[in-house]
Design a protein around this ligand. Structure first.
Ligand SMILES: Cc1cc2nc3c(=O)[nH]c(=O)nc-3n(C[C@H](O)[C@H](O)[C@H](O)COP(=O)(O)OP(=O)(O)OC[C@H]3O[C@@H](n4cnc5c(N)ncnc54)[C@H](O)[C@@H]3O)c2cc1C
Length: 239
């Protein structure tokens, strides 16, 4: 739950509760027990940029953010990128921040090691009857954890780990039926589920690049390593 966005898009989270649907125990993380003012920061990403940037930074001296690179060559002075619009850019160093399926990584010939979890992360914004109390809630269920992450406007962002098959089924449900299964899965902790926005699901994969660097080239963020969102550490690990 960390990012680098503007203050308006950031919400400190002081409290986190984690519990299991099959057992009584609960983990309660409270920043009051620590030397910090928050356990994490919740941030929203933009549409065109990931948390770590806008896809490919030819760096050193001037920092440029470029997108839609067609190909990348290594020459004696650095790297040369040919962009979709025909422009050619040259740089001493190119940093690829173009996500898990990094095209720049492929252009650099760097292979990856990893595996599919055969799970999806289903995400949506929901309105709940009870206040989220600026707490991150996470309930472990048979197929995976269901997280309710507090938003500034009182709504919650959910990240629900499900088998790929269940995720497809839940995506296809009418809103009222989805709210019903969500409420049941939440164990009623936030009361009734009143409303849900558009839903989307992302296949989850563990993956790391076999090398994070090459000549005048470096990977960062998910382009270097992608992980399960269970602990909300993807952005932390990428910074
Ligand atoms: C369901 C789910 C929940 C998650 N929850 C958390 C969480 O709570 N906390 C956390 O820390 N992490 C979480 N993560 C992981 C986190 O989203 C990633 O670690 C993070 O987004 C990686 O950032 P990035 O900038 O490296 O890549 P991305 O976020 O994938 O951004 C890459 C960007 O590059 C752009 N791009 C790619 N190719 C091109 C191209 N050719 N031209 C132009 N643009 C291009 C893409 O459009 C994208 O905007 C979650 C992941 C998932 C799937």
């Amino acid at each position: 739950m960390l990012g680098r966005y503007g203050a308006a898009r950031r919400l400190p989270i002081p409290d986190m509760r984690v519990w299991d649907a099959r057992a009584d125990g609960e983990l309660h993380f409270d920043c009051a027990d620590t030397e910090f003012n928050e356990l994490g920061i919740w941030s929203k990403t933009g549409h065109r940029c990931g948390p770590l940037g806008c896809t490919g930074y030819p760096a050193l001296g001037h920092l440029h953010s470029v997108s839609n690179s067609r190909d990348m060559q290594l020459n004696e002075n650095g790297r040369q990128l040919r962009l979709e619009d025909g422009r050619i850019m040259e740089a001493d160093l190119v940093i690829a921040a173009d996500g898990r399926d990094s095209a720049l990584r492929a252009m650099a010939g760097i292979e990856v090691t990893g595996w599919e979890y055969r799970q999806d992360g289903l995400v949506a914004t929901v309105t709940t009857e009870k206040s989220h109390q600026f707490t991150a809630w996470q309930r472990f269920l048979d197929e995976g954890p269901l997280a309710f992450l507090p938003l500034k406007n009182g709504q919650c962002s959910i990240v629900w780990t499900l088998s790929s098959a269940t995720s497809k089924t839940y995506l296809a449900l009418a809103d009222k039926d989805f709210l019903q299964v969500l409420e049941q899965a939440s164990g009623g902790i936030l009361g009734q589920m009143l409303d849900v926005g558009p839903r989307a699901a992302f296949p989850l994969r563990f993956q790391y690049a076999n090398s994070y660097i090459d000549q005048r080239f470096a990977l960062c963020g998910d382009a270097a390593h992608a992980m399960h969102p269970l602990a909300g550490q993807g952005v932390n690990a990428g910074c």
